[in-house]
Design a protein around this ligand. Structure first.
Ligand SMILES: Cc1cc2nc3c(=O)[nH]c(=O)nc-3n(C[C@H](O)[C@H](O)[C@H](O)COP(=O)(O)OP(=O)(O)OC[C@H]3O[C@@H](n4cnc5c(N)ncnc54)[C@H](O)[C@@H]3O)c2cc1C
Length: 430
């Protein structure tokens, strides 16, 4: 057995894990980062996106709802749309957690800003105008995309950016490596070791070889689905009991003239319904191959519209769902959507239809895809499984990823998690 030692052990290299590792490294701490996914290049095409997706895109709940998460260095951020929204006011404040300054610092670091019109694209701008004509307030959404590198046209941020224009947690991983963090990818069977109520380290397999790392403190950042599995195996059985997925549905229409399918996703949207109704609307189109798969799942009779791919345009309803279901130690999970969740989605779908019609899509061309989950989280919630400093009831065992969020955001999560990681690193090094 190979033996190692590190002051800090971080498990998972996505939004929460890479940020935690780099923040600790910036404070000159010794850090070992374990990642179960491979450290593959990510050239931005369908093949790599399918390789990166857990279950190659076919991960689903016991109820059959598809849920997306990437298992690769950088985690799900490699597939993100690059959109940066702050969490709803009050979500963390009511738990006594103030990350306002950290969010500002993260926005500066990631150079968050809205995109210029030529990158947003004509079809998306027309959707925004139509939404405003329909009496909603549509606006440009802030992004962590380097406009100098972005080349609009035949690419989609969700396949990974071939031009390196989109910020991902791989930027943090690169910096962490330069600062001396040891990063082990493709590790298997990570098990947290404890003695007398405190962590002592972890066991895992690296290329078939057994390894044991002694660590003073462990931060679990394996994501909304991964972290509860690790915690349950460590004896924290309450982890994974109910969670959210931010369910989303795409309402699609075919435009007679505009070619919107290749516009970058989530560059504009409306937050009119966010606070009171619990959903946001924003144009997002599935990449070409997954679009075909989604047609087959939801409406095979619509297959001819696949051939018209460039002229398809879609508006995503992303909704705040109730905490429900369970994640089991073996990785299977159940996530029933409640009547209330479906009613919220329906309101968003109706509003999306109105906007697509006002953009010029004929009514008969408009249809809805199946509901999917894109942001699993809330499975190791602050107040239930971790305290306000993100520590579990096992001493020196912390969690910092989407699983600690107390409820669904119905919105992008990444900058919130990086801000939480900054706050945690300050606490751990104080
Ligand atoms: C298609 C898509 C688009 C999105 N767009 C946006 C967007 O525009 N803006 C935004 O803010 N958010 C977006 N999100 C959501 C965002 O990417 C995730 O919410 C965020 O990355 C979650 O961070 P995390 O640290 O919780 O988990 P992840 O980023 O998923 O990272 C978890 C990491 O842990 C690893 N891991 C899991 N289990 C283990 C284990 N046992 N041992 C070691 N490692 C393990 C995984 O391989 C992964 O690398 C999007 C998500 C998807 C799927």
């Amino acid at each position: 057995m190979k033996k190692m030692k590190s002051r800090f052990l971080v498990i998972g290299s996505g939004a929460g894990g890479a940020a935690t590792a780099v923040e600790l490294a910036r404070c000159r701490q010794e850090v070992l980062l374990l990642e179960t996914g491979p450290d593959l290049p990510f050239p931005g095409n369908h093949l790599f996106a399918f390789l990166a997706l857990d279950g190659h895109g076919f991960l689903s709940s016991a109820e059959g709802m598809g849920v997306a998460r990437a298992v690769i260095t950088g985690g799900s951020t490699v597939l993100s749309c690059g959109t940066a929204l702050r969490p709803p006011v009050g979500l963390l404040e009511r738990l006594g957690i103030d990350i306002a300054d950290d969010l500002e610092a993260v926005e500066r670091e990631l150079a968050v800003k809205v995109l210029p019109d030529d990158i947003i694209g004509e079809a998306t701008l027309r959707i925004m105008e139509a939404g405003n004509r329909e009496g909603m307030h549509w606006e440009k959404l802030p992004k962590f995309i380097d406009t100098g590198k972005c080349r609009p046209g035949f690419c989609n941020c969700m396949l990974g950016c071939p031009h390196d224009a989109k910020w991902t947690s791989r930027n943090h991983i690169d910096e962490a490596r330069r600062l001396g963090v040891q990063i082990l990818s493709s590790v298997r069977g990570v098990e947290i070791q404890t003695a007398t109520g405190r962590v002592t380290g972890a066991r895992f397999l690296l290329r078939g070889k057994e390894c044991l790392v002694e660590a003073d403190r462990i931060v679990v950042c394996a994501g909304g689905l991964g972290s509860p599995m690790l915690l349950r195996k460590a004896g924290i059985k309450e982890a994974g009991r109910s969670f959210f997925v931010d369910p989303l549905v795409l309402t699609v229409g075919v435009h007679p003239a505009l070619r919107g399918a290749f516009d970058p996703p989530m560059t504009v949207g409306t937050k009119d319904f966010w606070q009171d109704e619990g959903f946001i609307l924003s144009p997002v189109m599935d990449p070409w191959i997954s679009f075909g798969l989604e047609i087959m799942k939801a409406a095979p009779a619509r297959l001819p519209s696949w051939g018209l791919y460039p002229r398809n345009m879609a508006i995503m309803t992303k909704a705040r769902d109730a905490l429900a279901g369970e994640i089991r130690s073996d990785g299977t999970f159940s996530k029933p959507l409640l009547e209330k969740d479906l009613a919220t989605l329906k309101k968003g779908q109706d509003a999306s239809r109105r906007v697509l019609r006002a953009t010029g899509c004929p009514d008969k061309s408009i249809w809805d895809m199946k509901v999917r989950g894109a942001h699993p989280g809330g499975s190791c919630r602050i107040g239930d499984v971790v305290d306000e400093n993100l520590q579990t009831r096992i001493e020196n065992l912390y969690v910092c990823d989407a699983s600690v969020l107390p409820g669904a955001l119905a919105a992008p999560i990444i900058i919130t998690l990086i801000a939480l990681a900054r706050r945690l690193a300050r606490h751990l090094t104080a």
